[in-house]
Ligand binder design. Structure first.
Ligand code: SF4
Ligand code: ZN
Length: 736
């Protein structure tokens, strides 16, 4: 343990705590002790404080209590010559620093509410994102769960030059890591350097510009803490489990760039508590193994060009980088990059351009196709002018002994993800509603249409090598030919839809489990049936089936139904048996079609939450995009905290959007007719399928009977609305 680091970190902690105390006194004076305090749209209060102590900071007076805690934790300044450096004190100083920084940041939200943007990306030139709301946490958290993002680098300060900033950011992105940026050196921050160079900042590109102040570093610790609380199902205040969870599952580290001052040492000491090591290019003292981090704690003097590789090694991270031979950067971190109209070189879309565009994956016989053959038939992008629009058909043929026609739509849907992974290429939608843009930079670097084929070929082999032996891609850009091929594709699209809608729970012997989220929520199991997709919306029964064939020991396992215990509630003895084992004894029973009795657990990735509204004898559904207060008296974020973490919570379930229109939607509790409230935007999205469901049961315009925020904000108002429209729930048996 280095005495210099201990002394500097403790000095830094004193400075930051003094600063927090002064700010707090100002706020008490200016706003009073009752003034509300919150980070926006979160159920986790000030998350580091909440996670570590269980204290819910809701007003200024609560912050005063935290100040007392800070001072208890804060060791005295190091003065005596023979002071013995002790890691414990340094860690406590770091923890106290983070509590104080949360206070400082919370006060910013009171005094300068516009300092940070509210969404995931910079707006109108404001690049500072501040605390992530719970929507961002869940969306990004799932990437930590499924491994598309193994962790994050917390960059404190600025790079020596803009070029270094871009180079380090790109290198981290290519390793699939999030980049959390805070603090400055001589008035410059890394985020500003990237912004100046035209790099797209924000959660979608994983380049997260938290804030310019050193205190914004706490948002990284807050994110890590919330991951443990929400996905790990750890109780607030159980600090040792939160820290251990992060050490084991979140691959994060701190990169202090340029000069490391006392405050930065204090933050580094804070991070070590979470098991996040510090890797510096400057000549600072090292702290080699003593047990809090996996390997070394502080490693210094690493040349900038090696710093990312070294950090990955010290944190014990195994990074998989796909080998895709294209002239642009490639990896999941580039998925969220947009291509704006003014940056676009060429685009393809059936609606927004006069030309048809579609993508289609079909199976072929092994001897019909040649693996790796990529052909472009018609003009390429270099044959058109900047800003052009073109027709496009991406025809992918796959062959393999394990390939089944059922897997075609699954493979086809992945084209979206794969193409987006190329920096400068943007993809949206699927089938003949796909929309692709290639930007000028990518074209300038030599990106050609055939590279779309290169990407699909490489990524299919990487992800689906177990079922595929050959992948051949043909790209057409002649309008007549594209139109002709589209006819064939559309016929297949229709057949697939029919086949899918014919799949019912009664028609299969096996369901599929998904335990992907157990890497974050250890007790959670999704049971996926043909009529109930995984709660994240990402996995259908067919996906489960395909994934099982691809990775027989993976997270999707067949679940034999066995004998039916209760057909209405959806209970089978085989499923119960499976669940006992898969949840490690935490769950005994499960009823697929009920939210009231033994409902499915939730990890935290649910698209929607259904909640009982007892007054209306029905339920409300709220989705992740709705951050307003709901009639049950809780916002989505608060509900998510209750429902997530692998617990069964009768009266509440997390589910996908698709499930709402399913014939098996809570049929054990009375079915869709229980729905009395939904946000308007959700009604717009799924209304069609719900109305159709209702029509089958002889109810016309059911959607209009469901209240939304424009007609009812409280449970009483939902009740009034239901009476006014004669909602069927009022006539049904009591729900409880
Ligand atoms: Fe997680 Fe369930 Fe989605 Fe699997 S299906 S990824 S377990 S939420
Ligand atoms: Zn999940």
């Amino acid at each position: 343990m280095s005495r210099i680091i201990a002394a500097a970190a403790i000095r830094g902690a004193h400075k930051i705590i003094d600063r927090a105390e002064n700010k707090l006194n100002e706020v008490i004076e200016g706003y009073g002790k009752d003034h509300a305090v919150a980070f926006p749209n979160t159920g986790y209060f000030l998350p580091v404080i909440y996670g570590m102590t269980g204290m819910k900071v809701e007003n200024v007076a609560d912050m005063e209590k935290v100040m007392v805690k800070c001072k208890e934790l804060l060791p005295p300044l190091v003065k005596e010559k023979n002071w013995f450096p002790f890691l414990g004190w340094t860690l406590d100083a770091g923890m106290a620093t983070l509590f104080a920084e949360e206070i400082i940041e919370a006060i910013k939200y009171i005094e300068t509410p516009d300092l940070y943007v509210t969404g995931p990306e910079p707006v109108n030139g404001n690049i500072w994102l501040g605390a992530a709301n719970d929507i961002i946490l869940r969306e990004r958290g799932i990437e930590f769960v499924d491994g598309t993002a193994p962790g994050f680098a917390a960059i404190v300060g600025a790079a020596p030059t803009n070029e270094w900033a871009v180079r380090i950011a790109r290198e981290l992105q290519e390793k699939n890591l999030y980049v959390f940026m805070s603090a400055d050196n001589d008035g410059v921050s890394m985020a500003e350097q990237l912004h100046e160079e035209g790099v797209q900042l924000g959660w979608p590109t994983r380049l997260v510009s938290f804030g310019k102040d050193i205190s914004a570093t706490v948002f990284a610790a807050g994110f890590a803490t919330r991951a443990a609380l929400s996905f790990g199902g750890i109780e607030p205040g159980d600090y040792s489990r939160i820290l251990m969870y992060n050490r084991a599952r979140v691959f994060a580290f701190v990169l202090p760039l340029m000069e490391v001052d006392d405050e930065k040492y204090a933050n580094a000491a804070g991070a070590i508590n979470w098991g996040f090591p510090v890797i510096a290019h400057t000549d600072i003292p090292e702290i080699l193994p003593t047990g809090v981090c996996m390997y070394e704690h502080v490693v210094s003097n690493i040349p900038l060009e090696d710093i990312v590789a070294k950090a990955v090694e010290v944190r014990g991270l195994k990074v998989q980088v796909s080998e895709v031979d294209v002239p642009v950067a490639f990896g999941p971190a580039f998925e969220g990059e947009a291509v704006r109209r003014e940056d676009m070189y060429v685009e393809f879309n059936s609606v927004r351009t006069p030309y048809p565009s579609f993508e289609y994956t079909r199976s072929a016989e092994l001897d019909q196709i040649e693996d790796g053959k990529i052909e472009v038939i018609g003009p390429g992008i270099d044959d058109v002018e900047v800003g052009a629009q073109m027709p496009l058909a991406i025809m992918v043929e796959v062959a393999g002994r394990q390939m089944q026609p059922d897997f075609e739509p699954i493979l086809e849907r992945m084209i979206h993800t794969y193409i987006n992974e190329a920096s400068g290429i943007w993809h949206m939608g699927q089938r003949n509603l796909n929309w692709i843009r290639i930007n000028k930079e990518a074209q300038g670097k030599g990106f050609k249409l055939r590279h779309l084929g290169t990407i699909i070929h490489a990524r299919y082999h990487e992800d689906y090598g177990a079922i595929l032996d050959k992948v051949q891609v043909t790209i057409y850009t002649e309008e007549e030919k594209v139109k002709e091929l589209l006819k064939e594709a559309q016929q297949t699209y229709r057949e697939r839809d029919e086949r899918l809608s014919g799949l019912v729970d009664e028609g299969v012997e096996e369901y599929y489990s998904c335990t992907l989220c157990q890497s974050f929520a250890p007790n959670h199991v999704c049971i996926i049936t043909p009529e109930r997709s995984g709660l994240c919306g990402g996995y259908t029964w067919l996906d489960g089936k395909a994934n099982y064939q691809i990775v027989p020991t993976g997270p999707n396992q067949p679940v034999r139904k066995g004998s039916t215990l209760n057909a209405v509630m959806g209970e089978w003895d085989g499923v119960n048996e499976f669940l006992k084992v898969a949840s490690r004894g935490n769950l005994q029973k499960f009823k697929a079609y009920s939210m009231m009795q033994d409902p499915m657990t939730s990890c935290g990735c649910f698209e929607c939450i259904s909640v009982i509204l007892p007054l209306t004898n029905g339920i409300m559904i709220v989705d992740r995009d709705c951050s307003d207060m709901t009639p049950c008296g809780m916002k989505f974020s608060t509900l998510a905290g209750m429902v997530g973490g692998g617990r069964q919570t009768p009266g509440f379930i997390g589910h996908s959007k698709l499930y709402i229109g399913s014939k098996k939607f809570i049929t054990g509790d009375g079915g869709f007719k229980r729905i009395t409230w939904m946000p308007k935007a959700l009604k717009d999205q799924i209304g069609e399928s719900l109305n159709e469901r209702a029509r089958e049961e002889g109810i016309e315009n059911f959607l209009d009977m469901i209240a939304d925020e424009t007609t009812a904000k409280t449970e009483d108002e939902v009740m009034e609305y239901a009476m006014k429209v004669g909602h069927p729930a009022l006539e049904m048996e009591p729900m409880m």
